[in-house]
Design a protein around this ligand. Structure first.
Ligand SMILES: Cc1cc2nc3c(=O)[nH]c(=O)nc-3n(C[C@H](O)[C@H](O)[C@H](O)COP(=O)(O)OP(=O)(O)OC[C@H]3O[C@@H](n4cnc5c(N)ncnc54)[C@H](O)[C@@H]3O)c2cc1C
Length: 411
């Protein structure tokens, strides 16, 4: 593996000749980046290990779309709100996506959480179609179910089929008699190399799979196998359980508390999900189904059923998480840049970068919300367009932030 160093400030906007990129991974991250590059006229080689897009973490039948409000409205909350609103607009406009803005009720976990939710909504004073706090009787009347507490009501949120979103994004990149996204499945990238001008992606036998001036790693935790030094990405196992739609008659909205429940209108209602740290096993487990049924009981205390966890079906995926719970979106750092090239007072603007190498990684448990906006951010950076969010949010999701912290601690 060989890499040459380029400071971020020296990366110019791509010329027409340079508007070609390899994107590795065809889940939500890769499909989103490919679509935003294609919208700008770029040619994209989208390489995917598995037999079709969205079979990794993005392969669940449904996922939920809601923001992550916080009373201090710090960067994570602001990026999440921007991502949520961007995702809703995308979903409303993109043909072929299976989704519903049926509304999401996030029921408080306990009385203290309920008080925090109430005061957060009061402090933020967001438009009611973005965020409202509903006291328990109001929430119960709205949902039509007995609930343990009141909660946040996200009127525009809902559920989405991530596989249909990936397919629609790729189709959009190839619509109207143009083919900007060349999807190649059953194609595993084993190694990447930069020769000073181009990136080359190699297969397991050393064969050249693709070559382009730019490369985007959108392959979740597997990105670390391709990088000269690992990024702080951790896989966290998660299992959902699918439920018979008829047992949820009357459930019309997404409900969440310690877990989440998608309504029968989604076709495959799900309850989830387990969290297995330090566990990358992809096997379905009865204990995780039992945990999901417990989450269901906490959401809907009056629901009666005779489901046996050992007979439930479901799906397991790995969330790729970061330590600050924000995604990584932007130019990849060159952590092996020689010390002489490192500035005395390191900053993201002057951090050495791998030339033409980008990452959309660490989407955690919020891929539906993070991926569309983060992809637009990366495509804007690659194309030299104005950025879609404020500079402090760009910095908050910069993949170089962890290396910068390390440099500051050790300089
Ligand atoms: C149980 C569970 C429930 C979830 N619920 C929600 C939810 O309700 N709402 C929400 O917003 N998010 C949810 N998420 C999170 C969301 O699913 C993820 O954030 C998102 O799918 C991640 O997308 P990705 O493209 O980064 O990863 P992936 O979908 O895993 O895509 C990475 C792709 O890269 C491919 N790949 C890897 N290595 C290579 C290689 N070397 N060469 C070629 N291809 C490669 C893989 O095959 C894979 O297809 C959930 C996740 C789980 C596990």
């Amino acid at each position: 593996m060989s890499f040459r160093v380029a400071p971020a400030a020296s990366v110019p906007p791509a010329s027409t000749f340079q508007q070609r990129a390899i994107v590795i991974g065809a889940g939500l991250a890769g499909a989103s980046v490919a679509a935003r590059l294609a919208a700008r006229g770029w040619q994209v080689e989208l390489l995917e290990s598995l037999s079709s897009p969205a079979q990794g973490a993005s392969g669940n039948p449904t996922g939920i779309v809601l923001p992550r409000p916080a009373k201090d409205d710090a960067q994570g909350a602001r990026f999440s709100r921007a991502g949520y609103l961007y995702a809703l607009r995308l979903l409303a406009a993109l043909p072929g996506v299976r989704w519903s803005p049926c509304g999401v009720m996030q029921i408080a976990r306990d009385a203290a959480h309920e008080a925090l939710q109430r005061s957060t909504a009061e402090a933020l004073r967001l438009p009611p179609d973005v965020l409202q706090f509903m006291e328990r009787p109001v929430a119960e009347a709205h949902i039509g179910q007995r609930l343990a507490h009141g909660g946040w009501w996200f009127a525009g949120g809902g559920w989405v089929s991530p596989a249909s979103l990936c397919a629609a994004l790729i189709a959009q990149g190839n619509a109207q008699h143009r083919t900007h996204i060349h999807l190649r499945c059953n194609t595993t990238v084993s190694r990447i190399e930069h020769d000073g001008e181009h990136w080359t992606a190699f297969g397991a036998q050393g064969e050249v799979l693709a070559q382009a001036p730019h490369i985007v790693l959108a392959n979740a935790h597997a990105a670390n196998a391709l990088l000269p030094a690992p990024l702080p990405l951790t896989p966290v196992r998660g299992q959902i359980s699918t439920l018979p739609p008829q047992m949820l008659t009357g459930v019309r909205h997404v409900l969440c508390r310690t877990g989440y429940l998608t309504p029968p209108e989604s076709g495959t209602p799900c309850i989830g999900a387990s969290f297995g740290h330090d566990d990358a096993g992809l096997d379905l487990r009865v204990a995780d189904h039992a945990g999901n049924l417990q989450r269901l009981a906490e959401l809907l205390p009056d629901l009666r059923h005779d489901l046996d966890p050992s007979r439930l079906d479901g799906r397991v995926g790995l969330r790729t998480t970061t330590i600050d719970r924000l995604p990584m979106a932007g130019a990849l750092p060159d952590v092996h840049a020689p010390l002489t090239e490192r500035p005395r007072d390191p900053s993201l603007a002057r951090l050495p970068r791998l030339p033409g190498a980008w990452g959309l990684l660490g989407l955690g448990a919020r891929g539906m919300v993070w991926a569309p906006l983060a992809a637009e951010l990366i495509a804007s950076q690659m194309h030299g367009d104005p950025l879609p969010v404020e500079r402090d949010l760009v910095d908050a999701v910069d993949p170089g932030r962890f290396h910068l912290r390390w440099l500051r601690r050790n300089s």
